[in-house]
Each structure stands twice: as C-alpha cells, then as structure tokens.
Design a protein around this ligand. Structure first.
Ligand SMILES: [Zn+2]
Length: 276
C-alpha cells in the first residue's frame, strides 16, 4: 500500500505534470471507484475544470481545481496513476480515465479495486479527520509527546491510526520503530522523554529518506510513479519483510509477528519489550 512517501512522490509528479492542464472528459470504468458524488455527477463536475495545484494530505492526493473544488484520490492497496498519451492502450485494470485538453491522459488503475476518487467543493469533509502531518515544519517533538500522552495501548497500532498521525503505514512504521529501538507492542504511556525524542527523529529520517529514494516498490501491489518507474527505497529497508534474516545492527534474526492484524517485523534484541 502506498504510504506518505509514495503519495508525496505522486503528488509532486502530478503537480508538475497537471498544473494549468484542464480535464475535457472523464470515463469511469469501475463505478465503485468513485466514493462521492455519484459517478455521473463526478464526471460532469470534473469536465472543464482546470488544475490549480496538486498536493498531499496523509495518504490522499489533493488536486485543487478551478471553481474552486477538489479531486481527492486515495490509492488504498493497489491504486496507480499514470500519465500517458492519447494513443496509448488502456490497462485492463484501469478504473478511471481523465482526458486532458492537451491530448494527454491520466489513467487510474487498481487491480484490487479498493482505491477511491472523491469530488468535493469542501475537501475538509474528508480530510478533517486526519491527524497532523509528521513532516510539517510546525510538527515539533512536543506535539508528538502530547499526542502520545493522551493515549494508552500499544505503540504500532497507534502510529498506524491516521486520526493520530497522518501518512504512516505498515512498512514505515516497522522501519521507524526499528530505528528508534522500540518494540511495536510497547505501551505508549511507558515511553520516556528521550524515547519520544528518538521516535520523533526516526519518523522524520525514515520518511525523508524514502522520499529522497522515490518510494518503496515491493510486494504484489507494486508502487510506480506517474511515469511507471519503481522507487529505490526497498534497498534501504532494515526490518520490513526481512524476517529470519540477520539484524543489520546485532545479527539476531528479524522476527515477524501479527500485531493489531498487521504483519510486524522487528529485532527482538534491539527492540526489547521490557523497559520504561
Ligand atoms: Zn538487532
């Protein structure tokens, strides 16, 4: 599933590729891909709209349109966005086709069909439930400490909760916790100030490194950028999908456990559960 870094790459690509382009026609090939409004209204509303900017909020791509209004795209498990030319063939898993006035197309493909498209006059209707952006300049260690101080329970499920912090998914949560030396089941209310600082720094570093490496391309729902290129960050992962292989720090085999319904990878030596 694309997480903050992959969605950031797509949003940056689309910002340079789509800004000042206009939609002439939208075809919906799988009606359930449209979350709101109904597919007919969705197509009618997008038709003729110009793209003012493309950004990201959590794992949503936010396309600001003339009007003003907003096209939101959530890729979920396997959604992909590809900029192609009018003459290019349409992928068999394509769910929506956005035709542009200059002859290009933006194709939304989605093998698993969980991805969703939204057209809204007010984007906060969907985005207001999200927690803060971890890479925002205003997001300081004190804010993370305050978010955690109001919670109980295990650390990993909390970091995955988009209402607490926006953008982290399974891959980067495992990587962040390894870098911070924290067990995924660690109780949040036992973290020391020093551990929270280390967690904060690890979130910043892991996400920024993944953006520099243009995302992680792994698994059956492979991430691609809008030109179809794979990300390079898979080479930098230290625990994710490395179960049984030696820890890069201490050599102990990486362990995999299902935590909160998600396969979780960690080093039992470098990330002990005891402590605090
Ligand atoms: Zn280790």
């Amino acid at each position: 599933m694309p997480e903050l870094p992959e969605v950031e790459i797509l949003a940056r690509d689309l910002h340079s590729q789509l800004t000042s382009a206009a939609f002439t026609q939208v075809e919906i090939l799988w009606p359930r891909s449209v979350a709101t409004p109904d597919p007919t209204t969705f197509c009618r509303q997008l038709c003729g709209k110009a793209v003012l900017a493309v950004g990201r909020r959590g794992k949503f791509i936010v396309v600001s349109l003339s009007g003003p209004s907003f096209l939101l795209i959530h890729l979920r498990m396997s959604g992909q966005l590809r900029m192609v030319d009018r003459a290019d063939a349409i992928d068999p898993h394509c769910r929506a086709v956005f035709h542009l006035a200059d002859g290009r197309r933006l194709d939304f493909s989605d093998t698993r069909k969980f991805g969703r498209l939204y057209w809204l006059e007010d984007a906060t209707k969907v985005l207001a439930m999200l927690g803060p952006e971890p890479l925002d300049k205003g997001f300081a260690v004190e804010e993370l400490a305050s978010l955690l101080s109001r919670r109980k329970g295990a650390l990993k499920p909390l970091l995955l909760d988009q209402r607490v912090l926006a953008g982290l998914g399974n891959i980067y949560t495992d990587e962040v916790l390894f870098e911070a030396g924290l067990h995924p089941m660690r109780r949040v209310n036992t973290l020391t100030g020093q551990e929270i600082t280390h967690l904060y720094q690890s979130i910043q570093h892991v996400l920024q490194q993944a953006i520099v490496n243009r995302g992680t391309t792994l698994g059956d729902a492979r991430f691609r950028d809008t030109m179809g290129r794979a990300g390079q960050n898979g080479e930098y992962l230290q625990v994710y999908q490395r179960s049984g292989r030696p820890c890069v720090r201490c050599g102990t085999p990486i362990q995999r456990e299902v935590i909160g319904g998600r396969g979780s990878h960690f080093c039992p030596q470098c990330q002990p559960l005891a402590g605090g």
